[in-house]
Design a protein around this ligand. Structure first.
Ligand code: ZN
Length: 108
């Protein structure tokens, strides 16, 4: 089973030699940076790991470059105000798009 790339995470299968199947799958962010970094976890299945990544990702305040551009175009400030929330916080349309892409991602 090769590693699975999902969003900015890598998911891999590695069954420990114990008789429980709760944590055969592991995932970590590409920029994972040690035990203090919460961007990693275990799950009983690939789908479960993806769901955990989706939850993490939907809760992220950070905007991707594409999201940032789209938000500044929607906002009254047109992205010109450095202190405007459109430059830092996902708005409703961005969150809707994230949810829509999450559904597409799961359908694949
Ligand atoms: Zn703005």
């Amino acid at each position: 089973m090769p590693d699975v790339q999902y969003r900015d995470f890598v998911i891999h299968f590695d069954a420990p030699p114990i008789p429980v199947r709760c944590c055969d799958w592991h995932f970590y962010h590409k920029d994972y940076d040690g035990p203090e970094d919460n961007r990693h976890g275990d799950g009983p299945s690939l789908e479960d790991c993806k769901a955990q990544i989706d939850d993490w990702w939907l809760g992220q305040p950070c905007l991707t470059g594409t999201e940032l551009k789209a938000q500044s175009e929607r906002c009254a400030c047109r992205g010109s105000d450095d202190y405007c929330l459109c430059g830092s916080v996902p708005d409703k349309a961005t969150l809707d798009l994230r949810r829509a892409s999450e559904i597409t991602g799961r359908a694949r």
